[in-house]
Design a protein around this ligand. Structure first.
Ligand code: NAP
Ligand code: MG
Length: 487
């Protein structure tokens, strides 16, 4: 069935690139340890690339075990000498200062996030950076109110937190980790992902400017081995990890038998469920936002779409029409909907899954939108109809713009299908009936469930998974708990 909406796919917009004049980037970045930028002891550096061109932006220091050790020592010293002794109110003031400075420099951070990671400037400017600042504001407010958060309990910090984050929301994930840790009186050693270290290093500059006592926040860059050195360091009291389920399992194994606290925020394969009585046009926008937003590099991406049988044809047609209008282009252009895939290896993973999906027998469709010819890594929005529960593209996390579509008849059927996954991070339900929303949200095994919307985040709302999506919550009052001991 052809939808009545007649999208004009020949629109052309004049390019509207965000200015880069106001950003400052060095050619080379060192490690941020004990309040200073220091060269790595072994003198090793790696390149960070612009995924829209494949060209180098800067060299980044690779921290070895001896650098991680120096960072952990600095964090321990700062914990013992300053941070655990400071009044909670003063701690809060420092965190407010970080939040304000980040807000003031939001444009610069947004441009660097898009340059280094490939996401559209509309997202980094409208979502990532404001939300990161909002997290610092929110947790600054809790710093001197922990007694109210946990009445009749005595709270104490855990000590030194080792934090490891992925590349899909680089600054936002750093804020999710650092803000609650500082508010509860812990000190931090954080490692950003290898492909997206720049905004974490800019945050280090900002933390220096905010005049935090040296060693309260340390930022060490590097690859997986640097992360492992943090996890295995004997003087780390708590590990906070966001990333893949595979690495999460390695981390859990390596800290078994120690008394390190741990939270794991891992992968996902969210069900986005459209009932027959749903507002269809809004739902189509929700599907688009759920899977194509940030090139599908979203742990809670609505990568499994379930559409009730009676509306399947119209939803799929409207979805395809809408996909045709999406603009893939320069991440720094304000008209761009979908930026560059974060790295060559991630593009290869996505392309591999598209091949797997074709071999499994799903009906493949991709938008015909043109791809930029700037070099770099690009992928059109794609979908597979006639996907089935046993398909790998339905079971495995792809982390790219690939949607697997299935239909269903009854509520019970879709709940069973939606829960048939190792993951349980998030889900979406679209229906006009409040009673159905309650029934579905009670039965879906997912940590975050959106009703008649998708991918909405707020610092006051806890986020985290069930099953192999990990454990522990970040955000909200619950996000304080992993960083506290309660007596
Ligand atoms: P990843 O490969 O697991 O990497 C995550 C982080 O761990 C990176 O900083 C990585 O360093 C580091 N790392 C790699 N091997 C390590 C090891 N053996 N020990 C300690 N650290 C190690 O995941 P990714 O591919 O970057 O990110 C995508 C994954 O993150 C997806 O599965 C996604 O669902 C998940 N994610 C989950 C959430 C959530 O809140 N649940 C949020 C965002 C993303 P390098 O990058 O330098 O190798
Ligand atoms: Mg990069």
């Amino acid at each position: 069935m052809k939808s009545k909406l007649n999208f004009n796919t020949n629109w052309e917009y004049a390019s509207a690139p965000e200015s880069q004049d106001h950003i400052q980037l060095a050619d080379k970045y060192n490690l941020f340890i004990n309040g200073k930028f220091v060269a790595p002891k072994k003198g090793k550096y790696f390149n960070t690339l612009n995924p829209a061109t494949g060209k180098k932006i800067a060299s980044i220091a690779e921290a070895g075990a001896e650098d991680v050790d120096a960072a952990v020592k600095a964090a321990r010293n700062a914990y013992d000498k300053y941070w655990s002794k400071m009044s909670a109110k003063d701690r809060g003031k420092y965190i407010y200062r970080i939040a304000r400075l980040l807000q003031e420099r939001a444009r610069e951070f947004a441009v660097i996030e898009s340059l280094d990671g490939g996401k559209a400037i509309r997202e980094s400017k409208g979502i990532d950076i404001p939300l990161a600042a909002a997290h610092f504001f929110y947790y600054a407010g809790w710093a001197d109110k922990l007694d109210y958060a946990f009445p009749n309990r005595q709270t104490s910090p855990v000590g030194v937190a080792g934090q490891i984050i992925p590349w899909n929301f680089p600054l936002l994930m750093a804020a999710w980790k650092i803000a609650p840790a500082l508010a509860t009186g812990n000190t931090v050693v954080l490692k950003p992902a290898e492909t997206t270290s720049l905004t974490a290093l800019k945050l280090a500059e900002l933390i220096q400017e905010a005049d935090l006592p040296p060693g309260v926040v340390n930022i060490v860059t590097g690859a997986g081995a640097t992360g492992a050195a943090i996890v295995n360091h004997p003087d780390i009291d708590k590990v906070a990890f966001t990333g893949s389920t595979g690495v999460g399992k390695l981390i859990q194994n390596s800290i078994a038998g120690t008394d390190k606290k741990v939270t794991l925020e891992l992968g996902g394969k969210a069900a986005n469920i459209i009932m027959e009585d749903a507002p269809i046009d809004q739902a189509v926008e929700g599907i688009i936002n759920g899977i194509y937003f940030n090139q599908g590099h979203v742990c809670c991406a609505g990568s499994r779409l379930f559409v009730q049988e009676g509306i399947e044809d119209v939803v799929i047609q409207k979805l395809k029409d809408r996909m045709e209008t999406l603009i893939i282009g320069d991440p720094l252009d304000k008209n761009t909907d979908i930026g560059a895939i974060n790295s060559k290896s991630q593009l290869e993973t996505i392309e591999k899954y598209i091949e797997v999906g074709k071999q499994e027998g799903g009906n493949f469709y991709e938008s015909s939108c043109p791809l930029p010819s700037t070099g770099g890594y690009w992928c059109r929005p794609t979908l597979f109809t006639q996907a089935s529960q046993s398909h790998r593209i339905v079971q495995e996390e792809i982390f790219g713009p690939v949607l697997a579509v299935q239909s269903f008849r009854t509520l019970e059927e879709v709940l069973t299908k939606a829960n048939n996954t190792h993951y349980g991070l998030s889900a979406g339900v679209w229906t006009d009936k409040g009673s159905k929303i309650f029934k579905m949200t009670n039965k879906l095994r997912a940590g975050v469930i959106w009703a008649n919307t998708y991918n909405k985040f707020d610092p006051t709302s806890p986020f985290g998974g069930y099953k192999e999506s990990g454990f522990g919550r970040e955000g909200g009052l619950h996000g304080l708990l992993p960083y506290l001991r309660l007596n």
